[in-house]
Write a protein that binds this ligand. Structure first.
Ligand SMILES: Nc1ncnc2c1ncn2[C@@H]1O[C@H](COP(=O)(O)OP(=O)(O)OP(=O)(O)O)[C@@H](O)[C@H]1O
Length: 599
């Protein structure tokens, strides 16, 4: 659905006044929504049967739009499901009630005086830590923090205590909201940082809730440029930095993705990515989209669980259930595991799984390079040519293959609506074929928290953000990501080589099921192209029976001569059982290079 339709939809829902002049292009529509700034809102006497929204201020705001949409949705369709999790459904009404409780809890906590003594019941931009698995409680928590004027700082469950303490101190977090299951760890963290800890109330799931949303007060000034979220980077490129996203930036992202990927109110998303980092924003974007979509959480990625959920959605007789999943997005390792799971099934089950998967509307992939063999295998099983896109914590999504039109393997497509991209050469010129990818977008982050110098250095003069990724544009104008300039670009005897390009070729070898290419120090060439390979288990077993290693460097070099220039062929080979991947399935090459170089 386009921005026009979105806005029409908002008119129909009554969340935008009809007198508002209608923008005439997608981009101006986004800008129009951005121009909605300060607000003061009171939602009063609101119940499932009766709603009365008071807008004392003619200036709307991004957050007000959200509040109104959520509240409206909760009132007009009380049975409408926002989130499914652990086989339990939660309506929009239940979600907003919970957010309101959390907002009250925060307003009554003693955190306002530290941050903004002048404002009653308003956190005035105070940072509130939130720790919860992907769940309705997480969503209600973020909304509750926003309603009370706070800034949400998701705390990753996978962080070791030292990193949690870094984030707590860096963001000056004086209040943590946590679910019960993380209470003990967070108690210790709170004690060490003199922060308060409150438990996130469980979002109700039973029956139709007739509790009214009376007197939901959000009467303070928030401008679109105010911080909404601070997301800490995972630290693969240094100490975790707080990436500050504003309310208007998040809304811009919502509009962009709605346009690009054709999200509609009929979509139902199966979400099984960790809710920290960039995926928080993707997830929130989906939630905020029209607040009519449904998101189903699968807190832990499970190969069997996902195939089963698709089969349940589209049973054998080709019927689609009411709660059928329509959109799935994953990282490349998830698709690799799903393919492995599929291959181990009997033919009847394979047939049921493939038929079901083929009926989803859209399947996407991102976060790291999607190997071509995985893309091809997925297409042969499910008929879906995966839509690969490129994003980053600092701007969420920027480049994408098209929803309609040619999707090209090995590329991340073109800039999304409203996004500009350019390639910066080392000498500072911007018409280079290969160089650092720079992005300008309405969804760009505002700054790195308390790091003005780092923020300044991350931008070039005209507002383009330097991504730290090397890229090139192919003959069709599609962008190709060559990898992180500081980890994936190897300097070998005067050549600059992309580890990602070499990995893509090596994965075509029948023995190689996973691999990671990096440059290790070499006296003669500066760096040596080194491949860490995870062999296919069946081939490895057979070769061991013949008392041979799964693969030798000589065999690999001979095979690669046909496919790679001589200077790109690996000169070192390591056979490993598995790759050290993080929660997003990524290998921290900087750390790995250091460990291997030390050895
Ligand atoms: N489709 C893709 N192909 C190749 N690389 C990708 C793709 N999508 C994302 N990436 C990589 O992921 C990076 C963004 O991921 P993210 O913001 O999670 O940071 P990170 O590199 O994992 O770690 P850090 O938080 O330390 O920066 C991009 O800069 C790019 O290197």
């Amino acid at each position: 659905m386009g921005v026009f339709k979105t806005i029409n939809h908002m008119f129909r829902l009554g969340v935008l006044p009809y007198s508002t002049s209608c923008p005439c292009s997608s981009y101006s529509a986004v800008r129009f929504l951005h121009s909605l700034t300060s607000f003061s809102l009171k939602v009063s006497n609101f119940s499932t049967s009766q709603s009365r929204l008071l807008y004392p201020d003619t200036h709307n705001s991004i957050l007000m739009e959200l509040v109104k949409k959520v509240v409206h949705r909760g009132s007009t369709a009380p049975q409408s499901i926002a989130i499914r999790s652990d086989k339990t459904s939660h309506t929009y009404h239940q979600l907003i009630l919970s957010a309101k409780n959390i907002s009250n809890l925060l307003a009554n906590a003693d955190i306002k005086s530290v941050n903004d003594p002048g404002q009653n019941n308003h956190l005035g931009g105070a940072r509130v830590g939130i720790v919860a698995k992907p769940s309705p409680e997480f969503v209600a928590g973020v909304l509750g923090i926003w309603f009370s004027g706070g800034v949400a700082v998701p705390l990753a469950l996978s962080y070791p205590e030292a990193e949690l303490l870094h984030v707590m101190n860096d963001a000056d977090i004086t209040m943590i909201l946590s679910t019960e299951d993380h209470q003990e760890i967070m108690k210790a963290v709170a004690a060490k940082t003199s922060a308060q800890l409150s438990l996130l109330p469980a979002v109700s799931s039973t029956g139709v809730d007739h509790t009214s949303l009376q007197e939901t007060e959000v009467s303070h000034a928030i401008s679109g440029d105010d911080p909404a979220l601070i997301i800490y980077t995972s630290g693969t490129t240094g100490k975790p930095k707080g990436v500050v996203h504003t309310h208007e930036g998040i809304l811009a992202q919502v509009q962009m993705l709605a346009d690009a990927w054709g999200y509609t109110s009929d979509d139902q998303f199966l979400h099984c990515l960790p809710l920290h980092h960039i995926h928080i924003l993707c997830f929130l974007s989906i939630m905020l989209l029209f607040l009519t979509t449904t998101v189903e959480f699968m807190p832990k990625f499970s190969v069997r669980g996902i195939w089963q959920r698709w089969r349940e959605s589209y049973p054998k007789d080709q019927t689609k259930t009411k709660d059928a999943i329509t959109v799935f997005t994953g990282v490349p390792t998830m698709y690799t595991r799903l393919i492995q799971g599929y291959e181990s099934m009997d033919p009847e089950l394979q047939n049921a799984c493939a038929t079901a998967a083929s009926q989803l509307r859209l399947m996407m992939c991102g976060s790291s390079a999607l190997p071509l063999p995985v893309m091809q295998q997925w297409e042969s099983i499910t008929g879906h040519l995966l839509l690969e896109r490129y994003g980053m914590t600092e701007f969420v999504m920027a480049l994408s293959n098209p929803l309609h039109g040619k999707r090209k393997g090995g590329t991340v497509g073109n800039p999304l609506p409203g996004v500009q991209a350019k390639i910066l050469a080392e000498d500072g010129s911007t018409d280079a074929e290969v160089g650092e990818l720079c992005i300008k977008s309405p969804s760009l982050f505002k700054e790195y928290w308390k790091l003005p110098e780092v923020t300044k250095e991350s931008f070039i003069d005209d507002g383009f953000f330097k991504t730290g990724d090397a890229a090139r544009v192919d003959e069709d104008g599609y962008y190709v990501i060559l990898g992180r300039t500081n980890a994936d670009i190897m300097k070998v005897g005067g050549y600059k080589l992309s580890a990602l390009e070499i990995e893509a070729v090596l994965l075509e070898h029948p023995t190689i099921s996973e691999c990671c290419v990096l440059g290790l120090p070499d006296k003669a060439y500066g760096e040596a192209v080194s491949a860490i390979v995870i062999p296919d288990s069946e081939i490895k077993r057979k070769r061991y029976e013949e008392l041979k290693p799964a693969l030798t460097l000589e065999e690999l070099s001979t095979w690669a001569k046909e496919k790679l220039a001589p200077y790109k062929i690996p000169t070192r080979l390591l056979l490993w059982e598995s790759l050290p991947r993080n929660a997003m399935g990524k290998v921290n090459k900087k750390e790995l290079k250091k460990t291997l170089a030390d050895q």
